[in-house]
Structure formats: C-alpha cells, structure tokens
Ligand binder design. Structure first.
Ligand SMILES: CCCCCCCCCCCCC/C=C/C(=O)SCCNC(=O)CCNC(=O)[C@H](O)C(C)(C)COP(=O)(O)OP(=O)(O)OC[C@H]1O[C@@H](n2cnc3c(N)ncnc32)[C@H](O)[C@@H]1OP(=O)(O)O
Length: 301
C-alpha cells in the first residue's frame, strides 16, 4: 500500500528510512532498550521482539503524555508497521502503551483545531492509512490495552484481531466523539458495528459511550478483561493460540471478513478526506473543539 503518495514534504521527510534514528536500526539495541534486546523503532514507537515468543514483536506507543495520535506519531507507527509487515521473521504484533494509564487519547486535537485545509487533508490521509494498515494487516495484531482508550484510541483497539483490557475502572474505551461535538466517520462506525452489533453501536455512538472494563467486556468491545499485571502475559498466550493456525489460511479468512469494510473506505478515500476537511473546518466544529480543549485545560485546575 503506497505510503508516501500525495503526502507533503514534512511527512515524506518523516518517512525517510527510520534507521536515521540513532541506534534504532534493526539488529542494534535502540537507546534505552536495556539488555541489548534486538529492537528497532523511532522516538515515539519502540518495537521489541518478544523474548518469550518467537516471531512476535511488541510495539510500545510512547508519545507522552497521552499517546495522542499526532501526524508525526502516526507516521512513526506506519513506518514501524510497514517494517514488521516486510520482515518475514515476524508473524504477530502486540500493540501496547508505555504511557502510564493511557493506551491512546485518540486523534491529536491540535492537528484538527486551527489548522489549514491542506494540513487537515494530510492528517486525515495518515489517519486513514493507520487504520487500513492495522485493520488489514497479515500479521496477528493483539491489543494489550493498558490504559484509557477513547475515540481514535478505541479505533486502534477495534482494528486489532483481539483485545485484552486491564481491569482498572479508569481504563474506559469507546468512540466518544459526540461528547466533543464531532462525529465518528463511517469507517469508525463500521468497525464498531462489526464488533458489538448494530443496536449497541448505534446507542454507543450517539451517546459517546466510554465503557469501563466490565461493561466493555459485556458489550463485546473487548475480548478479555484481566488484572493489570496480566495484560501482557495474556496477550502473549492469546497470540500463541492464534499463531497455531497456518498463516495463509488465517490471513485469507481475515481478508474475507474485513475486506468489504475496508473497501468502503478504499473506494472513496479522497471523498472521505474532502468530507473530513469540510466538516472539521466548519466554524461550529472548530468552536466545539476549542471548548473541549479548554475543558481539558481547566480539568487540570
Ligand atoms: C456530515 C457528514 C460528514 C462527516 C465527515 C467525517 C467527519 C469526521 C469528524 C472528525 C473526526 C472524528 C474522529 C475523532 C477521533 C478522536 O480521537 S478525537 C480525540 C478524542 N479524545 C478524547 O476525547 C480524550 C481527551 N483527553 C482526555 O480525556 C484526557 O486527556 C485523558 C486521555 C483521560 C488523560 O487525562 P490526564 O491523564 O488527566 O491528562 P490531561 O491533563 O487531560 O492531558 C495531558 C495533556 O494532553 C492533552 N491532550 C489530552 N488528550 C488530547 C488529545 N486527544 N489531543 C491533543 N491533546 C490532548 C491535554 O490537553 C494536556 O495538554 P497540556 O495541558 O498541554 O498538558
């Protein structure tokens, strides 16, 4: 899937071989990777082969304070995912967070507030790309959700093949866009409907539900809820179960199930970008984003 077509110099620059990140070239320990474990990645994404599971990589999101999906962060995630897809020694990825208490705060609001149409278009293209890359990945992708996961963070989780959520009442998950005065695009909606069913998704989307772990399990937005210190080990054991299936058969089946949903976006990516730019540029929407950003600031007292 072409990554750099239509992207502006900034993003193309970020897509330059990630190995320019000191010490992060595949095979050499990246700065701070401790015991020399072979890992790679970039400033905001650390990818470590799982020492206890052959063919499995753990991708740690580390864009403090809240793993908000900025354009740079999206680009680094895309580069790491592409590297893993192209490295045939890997068969599965566990996606998790290095930001305490937060899986991902979702799309970076500052990429959509007060920005010009060209930037919004570029940003949305990267959001589309991340979803397509995860949702259609040939690898087994397991979400080890160790923090709160609203909106874009929930979409990332829903795009995994399996979701393990830590049993901490603060770690709510859901597509809460209406609470911000915006809406989830059709492909966010489609993934939620596919996961929890039409009526549950309709209600959750309209009310901007953020489901605490027990409710998230009950409605089916996550597959398992475990004590916080068992999230990674549970993700690893589920991965082993999925990797016991012959890759080719599993990949063809995943594609059979997911391609119709992905095709709905693939067939209208440019129109979706234009719809996003028109929608997000509305004065009323910009005002809603301003109010929400102010609320976040006031929350800190
Ligand atoms: C008509 C039809 C056509 C339609 C066409 C398409 C329409 C498309 C619509 C637009 C697209 C919609 C899809 C949007 C998806 C999203 O993901 S929107 C983002 C949703 N995210 C949230 O609501 C989470 C907001 N954040 C929080 O609730 C809290 O920050 C937290 C995650 C619970 C963490 O709390 P805490 O630990 O207390 O940290 P804070 O102090 O709140 O935050 C720390 C700093 O981080 C900033 N921040 C937090 N979240 C974000 C974010 N998402 N983006 C940017 N920045 C964020 C926060 O402001 C703090 O900043 P500082 O004050 O500078 O420290």
């Amino acid at each position: 899937m072409a990554l750099t077509v239509g992207l502006r110099p900034l993003t193309r620059a970020l897509l330059r071989p990630w190995a320019r990140v000191p010490g992060a070239a595949l095979g050499r320990p990246a700065a701070g990777s401790g015991d020399g474990v072979r890992c790679f990645g970039s400033p905001r994404v650390l990818v470590e082969p799982d020492p206890a599971a052959v063919g499995v990589a753990v991708m740690k999101m580390r864009n403090p304070p809240v793993n908000s999906l900025s354009l740079e962060f999206l680009t680094e995630l895309l580069i790491s995912l592409e590297k893993l897809e192209n490295d045939k020694t890997f068969r599965g990825i566990i996606i998790t967070s290095d930001c305490p208490g937060i899986f991902s705060a979702g799309l970076d609001l500052l990429e959509m507030y007060g920005r010009d149409p060209a930037h919004c278009a570029e940003y949305w293209k990267a959001v589309q790309e991340l979803w397509l890359r995860v949702y259609l990945s040939n690898l087994v992708v397991i979400g080890a959700i160790n923090g709160i996961s609203p909106a874009g963070g929930c979409l990332l989780s829903l795009s995994c093949d399996y979701r393990v959520l830590a049993n901490n009442p603060k770690y709510a998950i859901g597509l809460n866009e209406t609470l911000l005065g915006i809406i989830a695009p059709f492909w966010f909606k489609d993934v939620l409907v596919n996961t929890i069913g039409h009526r549950a998704a309709e209600r959750a989307l309209q009310l901007g539900f953020l489901f605490p772990p027990s409710d998230a399990l009950q409605v089916g937005i996550v597959d398992q809820v475990v004590p916080e210190d068992q999230v990674q080990s549970t993700a690893r054991s589920v991965m082993a179960q999925w990797l016991a299936i012959p890759d080719h058969a599993r990949q063809l089946t995943k594609n059979l199930v997911r391609k119709p949903t992905a095709d709905r976006l693939l067939q209208q990516r440019d129109a979706d970008i234009q719809n996003f730019v028109r929608f997000i540029s509305r004065d009323s929407i910009q005002k809603s984003l301003h109010v929400y950003l102010e609320k976040l600031k006031q929350k800190k007292g």
